[in-house]
Design a protein around this ligand. Structure first.
Ligand SMILES: N[C@@H](Cc1c[nH]c[nH+]1)C(=O)O
Length: 384
């Protein structure tokens, strides 16, 4: 007998949950098509090199070998799209979307699956913050449509930490170590590392930094008390402007987090996450990545994108799932041509496969639907 269990982190999807995810995908696709996004499907398997510059937790990717070349099951969908853009001569700017599987070996006992369906968008070729605003506009649409407007948008900036730390030291290793402790909110270690700087100009800010997250107005008020290095202050000004624009969206809570790690190492500007306070993981995550295409081609292209966790959205989305309830058509095998005609005329009929009429009637009663049969003239009559 063969094994019936699945490899760790894998699952079968079926029934209502699978159907709901598919419906959600269709609705999402409709929204994105309406907003002029073009679909891209890239393969599941890519050369390992595609992900190499950005690590992307390669230790947690599925590594395979194809003709002596190292390949991986894609752990991210943005890098394959960057690879795709570098090899196809598209006129830019342009907006793309995708829906597909990504594979990442989850930490053991985390309860997470290793294969997840992710949807996402990539807006390529725009330097303006309007590209970020389109992401927020879409999050807001989806939040109101599926989550009663409960999605909070949290803003950050991938360059903020460096803008602060560059004013303290040139020591790259020290900067990396401070960031690591800050991002992990490992306060005792963080305090130890910033100790040499607390009497300096940024001292008070450094002490407060790990707690600078939460409602945007509160964080902006707190941060306004510090004299930040010029580069960091410019980022704060930008975040303040964006937060102000964002608040024009209906039912849209906004937060700031100045002490979180950027969700991906390829981000170069504003980063954001969308989550609902009653769910621990985030549903949306994205940012600007103006240098990513340089890994694949000579020319850099400005770009902004976001991933949408379709699994989580399926779990928490609240919407009426259209579930057609079809009546049954009982037929004899020699009536197949009549079946075709009748089904064309009555699209709400589905084939009843029971051998005899009595079993068909029982099935119809159990399913609470009507039963029809085909008479000698090829007409349908009620046989419930
Ligand atoms: N690929 C990113 C999301 C994203 C899309 N575009 C830009 N960022 C992620 O999985 O977190």
């Amino acid at each position: 007998m063969h094994k019936v269990s699945l490899p760790l982190g894998m699952r079968d999807e079926f029934g209502m949950q699978a159907y709901k995810k598919h419906q959600l995908e269709k609705m999402l696709e409709q929204l994105l098509q309406q907003h002029d996004f073009m679909r891209i499907d890239t393969p599941l398997l890519e050369y390992q090199e595609v992900f190499a510059d950005f690590d992307l937790k390669q230790r947690r990717a599925y590594h395979l070998v194809d003709n002596n070349e190292a390949v991986v099951l894609r752990p991210d969908l943005t890098l394959p799209i960057a690879r795709f853009l570098a090899t196809n001569n598209f006129d830019l700017p342009r907006k793309f979307y995708y829906v597909g599987e990504r594979f990442k070996i989850a930490k053991s006992l985390s309860g997470k699956y290793n294969q997840m369906t992710q949807a996402g968008i990539e807006i390529v070729g725009y330097t303006s913050l309007k590209a970020e605003l389109e992401c927020f506009f879409l999050i807001n649409c989806l939040s109101r449509k599926f989550l009663q407007g409960r999605v909070r948008i949290e803003l950050g900036d991938a360059c903020f930490a460096d803008a602060v730390l560059d004013s303290l030291t040139k020591d790259a290793a020290l900067k990396a170590a401070i960031k690591k402790q800050l991002y992990q909110k490992n306060i005792p270690q963080y305090q130890k590392m910033i100790a040499p700087f607390v009497t300096g100009k940024q001292g008070q800010f450094l002490q407060k930094w790990p707690r600078l997250f939460g409602d945007e107005a509160t964080v902006l008020q707190q941060v306004s008390q510090f004299a930040l290095p010029a580069a960091a202050q410019l980022i704060i000004n930008k975040l303040e402007r964006v937060a102000h624009w964002l608040k024009q969206l209906p039912e849209q809570p906004v937060s700031l987090d100045l002490s979180a790690a950027p969700p991906q190492t390829y981000y170069t500007g504003i980063t954001f996450k969308g989550f609902s306070d009653d769910i621990s993981d985030y549903l949306f995550s994205g940012g600007r990545y103006d240098h990513l295409l340089e890994s694949f081609q000579k020319k850099a292209e400005p770009a902004v994108g976001m991933g949408i966790d379709l699994e989580l959205l399926t779990k928490v989305a609240d919407f009426d799932i259209p579930k057609p309830k079809a009546d049954l058509l009982f037929f004899e095998p020699e009536q197949l041509s009549e079946v075709v005609q009748i089904c064309q005329q009555h699209p709400n009929l589905t084939l009843c496969l029971e051998r005899d009429l009595q079993s068909a009637q029982q099935t119809a009663a159990t399913k609470h639907v009507k039963l029809f049969r085909i008479d000698k003239e090829g007409k349908i009559s009620d046989a419930t």
